[in-house]
Each structure stands twice: as C-alpha cells, then as structure tokens.
Design a protein around this ligand. Structure first.
Ligand SMILES: NC(=O)c1ccc[n+]([C@@H]2O[C@H](COP(=O)([O-])OP(=O)(O)OC[C@H]3O[C@@H](n4cnc5c(N)ncnc54)[C@H](OP(=O)(O)O)[C@@H]3O)[C@@H](O)[C@H]2O)c1
Length: 258
C-alpha cells in the first residue's frame, strides 16, 4: 500500500468500525495519524479502536449515529478537546434500502436520505468549519458509483448518493478559498457486509483496502494537484449475471445487487 507521512495529523472516519471505514482508518493510523472512528455498534467500535491503538496509540472510538446532530457535535468537541485540530475527515457511514422507486416506503426513503445525505452534510460542514480556521485539511466523502448512475432497485440510495456528491461539490467551492480540499470518492462494488447477500458473490469486487489506498493517494498528492471527484469501477462482473441482466431475466432484488 502507498505510504504517506501523516505523523501529527488527526483524522475522523465515520462508519469506521467495519467495512470500508475500518480499512481507511487502519491505513491512516498505520501512516501515523491519530484516528477517531465512529459508528453505532459499541462492540465493533471497541475492537476496531484496539486495532488502531496498536499502531497509533492516540486513536479512539465514539458511538455516534450520523443522523443525530447532537451526537455528531459531541464527536467534534472531543476531537478538538484532545488534539485542537482535524486534518482529515472521511464521511463514510452509510447504508442502502433495496427497493425500486414505487416500492420504497417513506420511512426507507428518510433513512437513506438522513444517513447518506444529511449525515454527510453534518459531518462535512462541521469538519470544514474547523479546517477553515486552520487554513488546511482534506475532506474525502465515500460516495458511490450510485451517486453517478441509476440502479432500478436502489432508488432512495441513488438519490441520497447523488445528493451527497452534489453537496460535496458545492462544499468544495467554499473550501478551496480556505486551502481545504474536498473530494467525492465514488467506488463501485466493494466486498464488505454491504454486499454480503449479492447473488453474484464478492470475488469480482474491489477490496475495502483498495478504497483505503485511493484515499492515501489523494492525501499524498502535491499541494498544486486536486481531485474533486473520482469514480473507481470494478474491472468486470460475472459474465452469467451480465447476460441475465441484458436479457432482463434477473429478479428485481438481484438486479439491485448485480
Ligand atoms: N460496499 C459497497 O459496494 C460500496 C460501494 C460504494 C460505496 N459504498 C459506501 O461506502 C460506505 C461504507 O460502506 P461499507 O461497504 O463499508 O458498508 P458496511 O460494511 O455495511 O459498513 C457501513 C458502516 O456505516 C456505519 N453506519 C451505517 N449507518 C450508520 C448510522 N446511521 N450512523 C453511524 N454509522 C452508520 C456502520 O456502522 P454501525 O452499523 O455500527 O453504525 C458501518 O461502520 C457507505 O457510505 C456505502 O454507501 C459501499
């Protein structure tokens, strides 16, 4: 994996207790950053914090539902209390409803929008307020390929991710005046719990470490270079599923996962 010197730097990764967020947090910690990971699952937060502390002793975890502004506020207060700075913020927490537009309930819609869009809004704006004062920092939102295209049975998820990508692009314009970079990172399928029911399996998907490596690359770019958004596609999909998709033979749930 790429090496970047992050010694003395402080990072926040939401949804950092497992999946992509855990890989990103470990990569940042191994490169010297003190990392705060957040999420809702207490036990997983504890085990990931232990892994982080083994390589970066000042790292820690906090329970936080990104839909709760007060909980998010407590995380930023704690980071500032401990370190008086925040250099890297990775709004990553997210989830997806599996339903077409007409099958999506209002509750499902609100869950996806609140988590994947409003959650990112709160995390990224709080981070930028700190970074604006420092006149430096990098916010890298883990969006999705679903923020750049349409999937029939992920209507609410796509809407939330298109929204997050649009929002991050607006934030980037404001941030640039304060020497802060904002990137919308849009990976396609990644082999995590998120994909555990995918009928095509996960062998063809990229690993969460691949997303972590992309983030290290972004952080290592020279000051004069900037990536505002980055779509990372999978190289291929299982041929049998592509054929079934083309013929419209996959049931709705499988189309969503393919
Ligand atoms: N896997 C993919 O194919 C893929 C592709 C592109 C983009 N993404 C995006 O990457 C991000 C991470 O996904 P993943 O693949 O790592 O999925 P995952 O393994 O299911 O992990 C999701 C993470 O988000 C956290 N989370 C979910 N809802 C939350 C909430 N309301 N408040 C706080 N934390 C919450 C979870 O922690 P708790 O459950 O403990 O709260 C967990 O840490 C998501 O935004 C996802 O949309 C995934």
């Amino acid at each position: 994996m790429i090496n970047v010197d992050l010694k003395g730097q402080v990072a926040l990764v939401t949804g950092g207790n497992r999946g992509i967020g855990r890989s990103v947090a470990l990569a940042l910690a191994k490169n010297g950053a003190a990392v705060c990971v957040t999420g809702r699952n207490h036990d997983l937060l504890g085990s990931t914090a232990s892994e982080l502390q083994a390589v970066s002793p000042e790292s820690f975890s906090m329970e936080c539902d990104v839909r709760d502004p007060s909980a998010q506020s407590r995380v930023f207060h704690e980071i500032l209390r401990r370190f008086q700075r925040l250099d890297v913020c990775v709004p990553n927490a997210g989830g997806a409803t599996l339903a077409s537009a007409t099958q999506t309930t209002l509750e499902q819609w609100r869950t996806d929008i609140d988590t994947n869009l409003t959650g990112v809004f709160i995390t990224a704006t709080e981070a930028l307020k700190i970074m604006m004062k420092q006149k430096h920092g990098h916010i890298i939102g883990v969006v999705s390929k679903a923020g750049t295209t349409a999937f029939v049975a992920r209507a609410a998820y796509c809407a939330s991710k298109w929204g997050a990508r649009g929002f991050l692009k607006c934030l980037a314009l404001e941030a640039q005046k304060h020497n802060v970079k904002v990137t919308a990172l849009c990976p396609a399928s990644v082999a995590t719990d998120f994909q555990k029911n995918n009928p095509a399996g996960t062998d063809w998907m990229m690993s969460p470490d691949c997303v972590a490596e992309a983030i290290l690359y972004l952080l290592g770019l020279e000051r004069n270079a900037y990536v505002d958004e980055w779509l990372i596609s999978t190289w291929e999909k299982p041929e049998k599923d592509k054929a079934k998709l083309d013929q419209g033979k996959l049931p709705l749930g499988e189309i969503a996962r393919a």
